[in-house]
Write a protein that binds this ligand. Structure first.
Ligand code: AMP
Ligand code: MG
Length: 425
C-alpha cells in the first residue's frame, strides 16, 4: 500500500493547492485498492453486484440452429430468381423437440419460432408471405433470400467463450444472460461498507428544535441515496459535533467498520474546527484545493485503526458541492474499491440554450436539463440559481454540464458536454 506522499511523488505536477479534476481521479485510482474477497450468489442476488471472475459459457446459445419466425423452412438452393417456388409440406416442427421425419426433394417443413432447423434446410419464409393450397405452399418471388429467419447455433454465445468479464456490474441483461447459460450461481466481490457522517456545530439532526444560525443536515441524506444507488452497504453515523473526543471516536469506529469513510464539512481553508486536525492526527491525509466549481476543498487519505485501514473522502460542506464531488471523484473511486472496471460516464453533447460564463483553469459543473429540440438535436439549459448550497436546482436537473478545465465562455448554441445522472442521482 502506497503512502499519500509516495502517490504524490508519482504524479507529475502534483500541487495540493491547485489540483485539476483529472489529477484528482488519477490520484484516487492509485490510492484505492480493490477488494479481493468474493462470494457465490444466486442469479437473483447478483443484481448490481460486480463479477469477480469471467463467466465462461459452458454451452452454446442457442444450442442449435432454429427458426426466428413461424413459417416454412426450406432449402434456399431451390429458389429461382423471379420465379415463385412451390413446395409440399412434409410435416410440422414444434419448439422444444427435434422433428424426426424425412424430407424429400421439393419439400418444406412447417416450423414454429424456436424449433430446431433440420440440417438440410437453411431458410424460413414467414407464414404471412406464402399462399397455401392443401399441403402445397407457394413462395412468391422476392419475399425471402438464403439464410433469412434462421438463428444460428452459438450466435449469442459460443461454448468456451467468456460471456461476461470480471469487474462487470451485473444489470438485468447480464442476469438473463447468466441464466441462459444454465448457471444458477455466480462469483461476485463482497459488498463494500461505507460509513458516513456530517460535521459542524451548526448542523441539526432531523427532529432537533430549530435554533438561530443552524441548518438541517441534508448531506447525510444525499450521500445515503448516492451510496445506495451504487449498491454498497452503508453505515450511518449521524451528525458529529465539533468536539475532538466525539470526532476521534467517530473516525475510529468508522475505520474499524468500513472500507471507506465519507464526511462532509469542516475541510475548507478558513475552518477553525477540529475536523481537519483529527483527520491529520488519525490518518495519512492530504488537504486539497481542487480547481473546480462547486466543491473546491476536499480531504483525501487513509485512516487506520486496529490494523485495518479505510479510505477517507472528506467532502466540502455545501450540499451541491457534496453531490458534485461525489459524482466526479468518490463514485469512480468506490467503483474501483468494489472491484469494478466501470469507466468514466459517457458524456452527451448538447447545444447550450444560454450563454455560460466560464473561467479557464478550473472545471465547472452546472446543473442542467437536457431535452430534445424539434430538429432532433439535444439542447441543455441550466436550472436556476447555481449556488453551491442550492439543492432545489439540483433536484430539477437531469445532468451536470461539465465545463472542462481549459474551456472558456460558452455562447448560445455552442456544444457542451453533459454528464447525465442516469439513475445515479
Ligand atoms: P463547511 O465546509 O463546513 O464550511 O460548510 C460549508 C457550508 O455548508 C456551510 O454553510 C454549512 O452550514 C453547510 N453545511 C455543512 N454541512 C452540512 C450538512 N450536513 N447539511 C447541510 N449543509 C451543510
Ligand atoms: Mg463547517
Amino acid at each position: 500500500m502506497k503512502s499519500m506522499e509516495q502517490i504524490a511523488a508519482e504524479l507529475q505536477g502534483y500541487d495540493p493547492k491547485a489540483l485539476s479534476a483529472d489529477r484528482v481521479n488519477d490520484f484516487l485510482a492509485r490510492l484505492v485498492e480493490p477488494v479481493t474477497a468474493t462470494e457465490e450468489v444466486s442469479v437473483f442476488e447478483a443484481l448490481d453486484r460486480i463479477l469477480a471472475a469471467d463467466v465462461v459459457s459452458p454451452i452454446s446459445v442457442p444450442p442449435h440452429d432454429n427458426s426466428a419466425m413461424d413459417g416454412f423452412a426450406f432449402n434456399s438452393q431451390l429458389l429461382q430468381p423471379g420465379q415463385p417456388l412451390k413446395l409440399r409440406v412434409a410435416g410440422t416442427a414444434f419448439a422444444g423437440k427435434a422433428w424426426a421425419g424425412a424430407l424429400g426433394a421439393a419439400q418444406c417443413l412447417k416450423i414454429m419460432t424456436g424449433a430446431i432447423m433440420p440440417a438440410a434446410l437453411d431458410t424460413v419464409v414467414p407464414l404471412e408471405f406464402v399462399k397455401i393450397e392443401g399441403d402445397v405452399v407457394e413462395i412468391p418471388p422476392g419475399v425471402v433470400k438464403a439464410g433469412d429467419n434462421r438463428r444460428l447455433l452459438g450466435e449469442d454465445l459460443m461454448a468456451g467463450q467468456p460471456a461476461l468479464r470480471c469487474g462487470q456490474t451485473l444489470g438485468p441483461a447480464a442476469l438473463g444472460l447468466i441464466a441462459s447459460l444454465g448457471l444458477a450461481k455466480v462469483t461476485v466481490f463482497r459488498r463494500i461498507k461505507v460509513a458516513y457522517f456530517s460535521t459542524g456545530d451548526e448542523i441539526l439532526t432531523l427532529g432537533e428544535p430549530i435554533r438561530e444560525g443552524a441548518v438541517f443536515d441534508s448531506n447525510r441524506y444525499t450521500v445515503f441515496g448516492l451510496l445506495k444507488r451504487m449498491g454498497v452497504d452503508v453505515i450511518d453515523m449521524g451528525v458529529v459535533p465539533d468536539e475532538p473526543a466525539l470526532l476521534e471516536a467517530a473516525f475510529r469506529t468508522a475505520a474499524t467498520q468500513a472500507d471507506a469513510i465519507i464526511t462532509s464539512g469542516g475541510v475548507s481553508m478558513g475552518e477553525a474546527d477540529h475536523t481537519k486536525a483529527m483527520m491529520k492526527q488519525l490518518g495519512d491525509v492530504a488537504f486539497w484545493r481542487i480547481a473546480m466549481r462547486p466543491g473546491r476543498p476536499m480531504a483525501v487519505g487513509r485512516i487506520s485503526e486496529g490494523g485495518k485501514s479505510s479510505v477517507l473522502f472528506g467532502l466540502p460542506g455545501n450540499p451541491v458541492a457534496v453531490m458534485v464531488t461525489f459524482l466526479a471523484f468518490v463514485r469512480p473511486a468506490l467503483q474501483r474499491l468494489m472491484g469494478g472496471t466501470a469507466t468514466a460516464p459517457v458524456l452527451l453533447q448538447a447545444h447550450s440554450l444560454e450563454p455560460l460564463r466560464k473561467k479557464p483553469g478550473r472545471t465547472e459543473y452546472q446543473r442542467g436539463i437536457v431535452a430534445k429540440a424539434a430538429n432532433g438535436s439535444l439542447t441543455v439549459r441550466i436550472t436556476g440559481n447555481q449556488g453551491s448550497g442550492v439543492l432545489s436546482s439540483m433536484v430539477e436537473a437531469n445532468g451536470l454540464i461539465v465545463l472542462h478545465h481549459e474551456q472558456g465562455n460558452v455562447a448560445v448554441g455552442d456544444v457542451v458536454d453533459v454528464m447525465m445522472f442516469s439513475g445515479a442521482v
